[in-house]
Design a protein around this ligand. Structure first.
Ligand SMILES: Cc1ncc(COP(=O)(O)O)c(C=O)c1O
Length: 704
């Protein structure tokens, strides 16, 4: 197999390398940053007196010695840290970070900007908005117009995004906005009634005609499509302004919020009391990350307000179950507030059919006059969209799925050679499937998306992003701050109003400008499109596919060599995983006990990890040749139905599932180095070595 591919080699420049091969460059640039920073200090008011004198410095040697001692101990202890950078680490969602991200973070950290307001981050806040524009582009949303754009150009719909501490906060904030927007028409309707405002809206069931808001029923008002509800706010502010003859948008905004607050029906003002008559529910698949339950808890929706939907055999949300549960919620008088679809589940990397969820939403609107907010939790999978994005084109419409898929498949493909004794197979692997492509291409149809640069953006923590399709959602969170000019949080009637600050519109307060600098420098040098990040994600996806194939071929290869291994490996789906997480089982052949299969899995996991809590057995990561993680599928989260196929393939007794669950081994294959090594002529085949080691240890375990 001619495995060499020139383009892949570019990855070699982007990371430090598992053996710190790019150390000279990184060292030189870190030093450059540090010296430049010292220079910056010295040149500020150069005639100011020196405060820390040579004498003082000589007097502080004791402190320096103590510091050195502690530092040395600290560095020694850090060696027990897991080698995320190594191609041998395929456990959790962790890998190396790009060199530009490290340099950006380091530089940003020295200046210590606080990206809550431009007064504490005059430079890095701009970079945050730059990163936000990149992520909007990546998501298929419309990034904001450049400063000075013509009036006509600012009348379109633009996205809004910012950096968060991670996927958890991004999910919470997205659902916070969703909650305030979805209930807003209820309070707006009261205001319209009380003042007799001639304000019209388009109802979900009939978007061709406008209805008088004051004359709608509560159910109709709650059914208003999310984006219509977003636009209702500026229209209400405009109507209030006209009614009271107010001269500025700021006055009209303040008066509108007063009126909204007086209705007693505003969730933002009155909390959960306001939705007592129409309790909310949020639909997520049972493979959802627990941050969504946290969100429901803190937003007053309540943990019970999360409705778990079954997953199918591929761990994607089961559309039929989702539809049935949404219809039922409406029959029970509840508000289907939002559906949080997942692009890359934490455990399996599965991608929900976002396109089909949106299609169902249209049906629900037409047939029932009800709707929901569509949020995509792409904390894990968001950067996979870079495979679909080419310079200047952010794939906003999913009209030519087959064509785009073909391009991506051609890009993300290679041949893998499996060679064990007499067994030799050349297996073409490629990433991309119609369902996953359609789901990724449907991103722009969602109202909000969480995408974490600190996961598949390969930048240091903390760096998540929450992105909204419509910038006007900011006003549903806006808080007045005494230091702010009122006009900052006022709602304009038309047009895009750039924000000068972000603090009033976000969940968090103080946050690291260093994170923005890291992500910004990484994106500036490795663009989040097919040419840039696409290469890294291709390497990750193809390595995951390779692992999947090697596990599946293990038994055939053993038999071809005349060996009947007493154990077998079984991927949790017969098809390749949707993205780059490979989950599998290991079991003794012919053993139908689920409990014993779980014991094999747990014993294997023990051998492929080191205790994170400083356990005694394998203290130093140098002693550990490979790292894996694990998960457990349990009822009722994963229904017996959703794992039925898996249990049948494993030929174990499904009756024990309720009590036992299924212990699953999990490999998150993020490393860019596995494919880089192979496509640049490296001799070491890490995943073949991994499967050999796995087999060796499994044999020991089943023997015992
Ligand atoms: C799908 C998904 N959503 C949300 C999160 C939460 O992200 P964070 O840990 O950055 O808060 C994760 C984390 O693994 C995740 O996998």
């Amino acid at each position: 197999v001619d495995a060499l591919r020139e383009r892949t080699r570019r990855i070699a420049a982007w990371f430090l390398g598992p053996k710190a091969e790019n150390a000279a460059l990184e060292e030189e640039l870190i030093l450059y940053i540090l010296r430049d920073y010292f220079h910056w200090r010295r040149n500020y008011q150069p005639s100011d007196e020196i405060i820390v004198t040579q004498q003082m410095r000589r007097d502080s040697v004791e402190f320096s010695d103590a510091l050195l001692q502690q530092l040395a101990e600290m560095l020694a202890r850090l060696k027990r840290h897991f080698p995320f950078y190594s191609p041998r680490y395929i456990a959790h969602m962790l890998s190396d970070q790009t060199i530009p991200a490290i340099l950006g973070y380091f530089a940003g950290m020295l200046y210590n900007p606080n990206n809550v307001t431009p007064e504490s981050s005059p430079v890095t806040l701009e970079w945050e908005l730059g990163v936000a524009a990149d992520i909007l582009h990546l998501a298929g949303y419309q990034p904001p117009p450049p400063p000075g754009a013509s009036h006509r150009d600012t009348r379109r719909e633009f996205g809004w995004a910012h950096i968060t501490s991670g996927g958890t906060v991004a999910n919470i904030e997205a659902l916070w906005v969703a909650r305030n927007v979805r209930y807003f028409p209820l309070a707006a309707r009261r205001v319209a009634r009380d003042l007799g405002l001639p304000l019209t809206v388009k109802l979900a069931a009939d978007t061709a005609h406008a209805a008088l808001l004051a004359e709608t029923t509560e159910a109709e008002a709650l059914g208003i499509r999310p984006n219509e509800a977003v636009f209702l706010l500026p229209r209400l502010v405009a109507a209030v302004r006209d009614r009271f003859g107010l001269s500025t948008a700021a006055e009209a905004t303040a008066r509108t919020w007063e009126l909204i607050s007086a209705t007693g029906a505003s969730v933002a003002h009155h909390g959960a009391r306001a939705f007592a008559d129409h309790p909310p529910c949020v639909f997520v698949s049972s493979a959802a990350h627990y941050s969504l339950t946290k969100a429901a808890d803190v937003l007053g929706i309540g943990r019970d307000g999360i409705v778990f939907v079954d997953v199918d055999r591929r761990f994607r949300i089961d559309l039929r179950d989702l539809e049935a549960k949404i219809w039922r919620s409406l029959d029970e008088g509840r508000l289907p507030l939002a559906v949080a679809a997942i692009a890359g589940t934490t455990e399996e990397g599965a991608v929900d059919p976002i396109h089909e969820i949106d299609t169902f939403r249209r049906k629900l609107e037409a047939e029932r006059g009800a709707s929901f907010w569509l949020h995509v939790d792409a904390a894990w999978g968001g950067y996979f969209r870079s495979l679909f994005v080419t310079a200047g084109d952010n794939a906003p419409e999913a009209t030519d799925i087959a064509e785009r898929l073909a391009e991506v498949q051609q890009f993300a493909s290679r041949e893998v050679m499996i060679e064990r004794g007499v067994y030799r197979r050349i297996i073409p692997v490629r990433w991309g499937h119609h369902d996953t492509a359609a789901a990724f291409l449907a991103f722009p149809r969602a109202e909000s998306i969480a995408i974490d640069p600190h996961k598949l953006g390969y930048v240091p923590y903390p760096c998540g992003v929450v992105a909204f399709r419509n910038d006007r959602v900011r006003h549903f969170l806006a808080q007045e701050a005494l230091y702010l000019d009122e006009s900052e949080t006022s709602v304009p009637r038309y047009g895009y109003q750039p924000t000068r600050t972000i603090g009033p519109y976000i969940l968090e307060g103080s946050k690291p400008g260093a994170a923005a600098a890291a992500c910004w420098l990484s994106h500036r040098t490795i663009p989040p499109d097919r040419e840039g990040y696409g290469e890294i994600l291709r390497a990750s996806l193809l390595a995951a596919r390779e692992l999947f194939e090697r596990l599946n071929h293990f038994d055939h290869a053993a038999r071809a060599n005349g060996v009947d291994a007493p154990f077998e490996f079984l991927s949790v789906t017969p098809q390749p995983p949707d993205t780059n997480v490979v989950c599998f089982l290991a079991k003794r052949k012919g053993d139908s006990s689920l409990a014993r299969m779980n014991l094999v899995g747990a014993a294997l996991y023990e051998r492929f990890t080191i205790a994170g809590d400083g356990g005694a057995s394998h203290d130093y990561s140098y002693l550990q040749p490979f790292f894996l993680s694990h998960t457990r599928f349990r009822a009722p989260h994963y229904s017996p139905h959703s794992v039925g196929d898996l249990l049948a393939r494993a030929q174990v007794d499904a009756r024990d599932y309720a009590s036992e669950g299924i212990f699953v081994l999990r490999a998150t294959v993020m490393s860019p180095y596995i494919v880089l090594a192979q496509e640049s002529g490296g001799r070491q085949v890490y995943l073949a070595e991994f499967v050999d080691e796995l087999a060796r240890v499994t044999a020991e375990i089943v023997r015992a």
